[in-house]
Every structure is written in C-alpha cells, then in structure tokens.
Design a protein. Structure first.
Length: 512
C-alpha cells in the first residue's frame, strides 16, 4: 500500500507542531522519520492514526483520500501503529490482547478465543515470532511484548505499520531482533514508517530518510549518509558527535553505597541490595532498560524515597535518612530525569530557577532580603557560560526549548561547590547540539576531581561517558564492568545475564 501525506498541518493554539508536511511511503519500503524529540514526528503519526485531526492537508492511501475520525477508521483502512509505550493489558493473555477491540463471537454470543489463538499462531509462525497465544502479557519479556503489539496490528490486516520510537525500552539484542522483524515485514510487502532519533538505527534499516526539524521537513537523506550529515540536518549546523575525554585519574572512593534497598508504595522491592562506589574524578554510568530500578536508586541517593534500607556515605559522612535539602547542602548536585516536573518551575524566570534550592541564605539572600543585583549578575554570567539561549534572564523557563531548559538545570547544579554530581537521563528530550554541550560539561566536572553518577537508558551515551558501568536488572546490579566493555556484552547484562568469559568488577573496581 502506498501512503501519501500531503501538506499536513497541525496546530495546538499558537504552536504549529506540523507545518505543511509532505511524506510518501512506497509499498514494501522502510521509511524513517528522523528528528529530535519535539520535532513533530509523533504528532504527525498521531494524525495519520486518527488520534489527531489535521488542520490542513490530506492523507492518501493508494490514490484514495482518507478521512479518519479516530483510530478505528485508520485501522480499517490498513494502518497499524506500534506505540513507544505498549498498549497492552498485562493481566490478559496474548490472544485476549490481540482480539481486544475487535472481538469475535461464536456460539451463543461467547467470545471466540480459539479464532484469536489461531490468528496469533499464524502470524507468529509466518514471521518466526515464537509467541505463545495463551501466555500472560505480564510474564513476557519486553521484546516479546513488542512482538505482541506487532501481531495485534497484523491481525487487523495492517498494510502500513508505524513504529513510534520502538527501541526505547529494548536491549541492544532486542533492538537487533526488531530490525530483523522489520526487514521481514518489508519483504512481505508491508510499508513501514519508522520514527526515531537514533542515528545508528536509521542507517541500519531505512530505505529512505526524511528529516523533520521544528515541525517542518528540512530534507531527505540516504541511509549511506554519515552520522555527522544526519545530525547536521536534524540540528541545522555541524555537530561533534564524539565525546572526547582523557583517561580518568580516579582518587579514593567518595560515594559509597552499601546494601541499599528500596520498597515502593505498593510494597514491592524495586532496588534490591545494591552496593557500589564512585571514586573522585571518575564517571560511573548506571545502565539498564527503563524500569529496572534506576529511577528509585537515584531518588534514594537524593533522599526522595521513604522506605530505604542500607547505607549511603559521601566522603565518609552518612547521607542516609537526610532530607533532600540536607543532601543538597552536603554538596550533591542533581539533574532529575524529568526536568519539567522535578528540576524547574516553568512560571519562574531563568534567574529565579538558577537560585532554586539556594534561596535560604547567602549569597542570594541576606537579612531576609533577596539580593537582586547579585542574582542578576550571577544569572547573566551563568547564562553566558552555559550558552542558555533566550530573550534574557527574565524569560520564563517554560518558554525555553528542552535543550535550554536542561542547560539552566546544569548551570544551577554545577555552580555550587560540589562533592558529588548525579545526572539522571541528562540528555533526554534534547537536540543533538545540546547533547554535545551536556556531555562536555559532565566530562569537565569529572576532570575537576568530582565523582559523577550518570543514569541513562541510552547505551551510546553510557559507552561514551563511562569510566565504569554498573548494569541494573530487576532492581539489582548484574555487574560493574569497565567503560570499554563491548555493547553486545552490555546488552546481555541488561537482560540479566553475565556472558561467558566476562569477569564483572566488584564495587571497588577490582576483579571479583
């Protein structure tokens, strides 16, 4: 099936998310839609899938103009979508999930689960998915759950299949398997739209590449284009993609975490007996697929979790049981994984955000009064140092781009006398140019002799920054390995395995 999007425009108030976008996907083609988070890729696909209505433009399938009032119309026309966050019911079986919304009934009006099972087996056998129709979704690995999403779409005779950031929750091995599946679907005649911001994946699987920036198509590229060429199209300027850093010169252990466990509000153990240390002047990266306890571990270090056991010390002094304020006052800089919710106040100005968590005393407050002249000078200096692009320090942070918002958080956290720097998902949702800047600042912090903890689900980022890597799986640390460990080995560890021949490091960095 041939898909054409002609002049698609979608506005949200004053924001134009899609600006007269044209896109053609030929039958049996993998067409990659490449762009940074916030470029308008997902909005465009939500228009295609009937979740949004376009303000202008039209959708054409095999030369017939379509009018979708909702996803049901899109599915009936042959369009399927595999969402970044799976649309599955965990307590249902695979067959029940596949038939959900398209229930078939048999004798006396009972649901015909046998038909759903047969359909799952047919598609699974055709593409070698190896999916049990009677398995509970909650018991399946993430990669298999994604296959269930694909089976759902194919069971409804999807001729155009949209993958929206499909590798965000996959290990490298699962990503490779997905690429192989996409090639199989292509050979079977399915048209595929692959949405991503990961250059490695684009070049591996795409037949054609369309690049979107700020809601507009800015060009097409060949899969033979270099990463630098693709990044330049995405950002609009040349970008240095390699993280340059000298070998670490680690000192004594500064942060020591011993037998740390966290129990969440449901009573589940989400961090399980974790131990590690971070030396002065080194970067320890914590890797793993999202949802394996990294978030809760970071929050426990910062005093944000309530039910915590174990011990955390910094330079020999305990942080365990301290409030967030006292942890920060102990010299800990913190970049939270959700800057909008936890790192910034959108209605506050750049200057006001730069003094958050430091507004209880000198130099910003003296005698109960805010030192406006000092704040203004400080904010101007930090905005220039961290290249925060705005109309001035009086600009509301909520009006800045994601990259500039992250720079404000970094400027605030790195402008204090630090004894430890913790950065959770430091480049999530920001453009390639801002990623380049953030990585340089993280390395510079390490080079000042400060211990750094980076938590990231982006394996490229982990490999680029880390001196050592702690891999988490289901709340525990599978092993701590050198930063030079190959990606395929890290991928196996992210799935809970310790590959043969790999000798993981103990928390102190020596062979176990």
């Amino acid at each position: 099936m041939k898909l054409e999007l002609r002049g698609i425009t979608k506005r949200f108030g004053a924001l134009t998310a899609n600006d007269h976008i044209d896109l053609t996907v030929e039958p049996g083609e993998i067409h990659c839609l490449l762009g940074e988070n916030g470029a308008g890729k997902s909005t465009l696909m939500n228009v295609l899938y009937g979740l949004y209505q376009a303000d202008e433009g039209e959708i054409v399938l095999d030369d017939v103009v379509q009018h979708f009032a909702g996803p049901g119309d899109a599915m009936n026309a042959g369009i399927g979508m595999v969402h970044q966050h799976f649309m599955l019911i965990p307590v249902f079986t695979v067959a029940e999930n596949v038939m959900l919304g398209h229930e078939q009934t048999g004798f006396a009006g009972f649901l015909d689960l046998s038909a759903a099972r047969r359909r799952v087996r047919e598609i699974s056998d055709q593409f070698g998915f190896d999916v049990d129709p009677d398995a509970l979704v909650d018991d399946l690995p993430v990669g298999v759950q994604q296959r269930v999403e694909i089976i759902k779409a194919l069971s409804r005779d999807a001729k155009v299949l949209v993958f929206d950031e499909p590798t965000a929750v996959l290990t490298p091995q699962e990503t490779d398997e997905l690429m192989a599946i996409m090639r199989q679907l292509k050979e079977a005649g399915t048209s595929i739209v692959f949405i991503t911001h990961k250059l490695r994946e684009v070049r591996e699987v795409a037949d054609r590449i369309t690049v979107i920036r700020l809601g507009k198509v800015v060009g097409e590229a060949s899969p033979t284009a270099t990463n630098a060429e693709l990044a330049s199209l995405m950002v609009g300027r040349a970008v240095e993609l390699t993280v340059h850093k000298d070998p670490a010169k680690p000192g004594a252990p500064a942060l020591v975490v011993s037998n740390l466990s966290v129990i969440d509000a449901r009573g589940q153990v989400v961090v399980n007996d974790v131990s590690f240390d971070v030396k002065a002047g080194e970067i320890l990266a914590i890797a793993g697929v999202q949802g394996n306890g990294q978030t809760e571990l970071t929050e426990a270090l910062m005093g944000l979790q309530e039910r915590v056991t174990g011990e955390v010390t910094l330079d020999g002094k305990s942080l365990s049981g301290l409030s967030v304020r006292k942890v920060l006052d102990s010299g800990v800089g913190f970049v939270p994984e959700d800057r909008k919710e936890d790192g910034l106040v959108g209605e506050f100005t750049i200057a006001e955000n730069l003094m958050l968590d430091r507004s209880n005393g000198a130099p910003f407050v003296k005698g109960g009064g805010l030192q406006l002249a000092y704040l203004s000078t400080f904010a101007e200096e930090k905005s220039k140092e961290f290249d925060v692009r705005s109309q001035g320090i009086g600009t509301e942070v909520g009006r800045l781009s994601g990259g500039n918002q992250q720079k404000v958080v970094l400027a605030r956290e790195l402008s204090r006398g630090l004894r430890l720097f913790v950065a959770a998902q430091p480049t999530r949702g920001i453009d390639v140019g801002s990623i380049e800047f953030v990585h340089k600042r993280i390395v510079a912090t390490r080079d000042e002799g400060i211990p750094v903890v980076v938590v990231s689900t982006e394996l490229d980022e982990v490999v680029a920054l880390a001196d050592r890597i702690a891999v988490m799986y289901r709340g525990g640390i599978v092993g701590i390995v050198p930063g030079t460990t190959p990606r395929d080995i890290l991928g196996l560890m992210m799935a809970g395995e310790i590959p043969a021949g790999v000798e993981p490091l103990d928390p102190e960095g020596a062979a176990a």
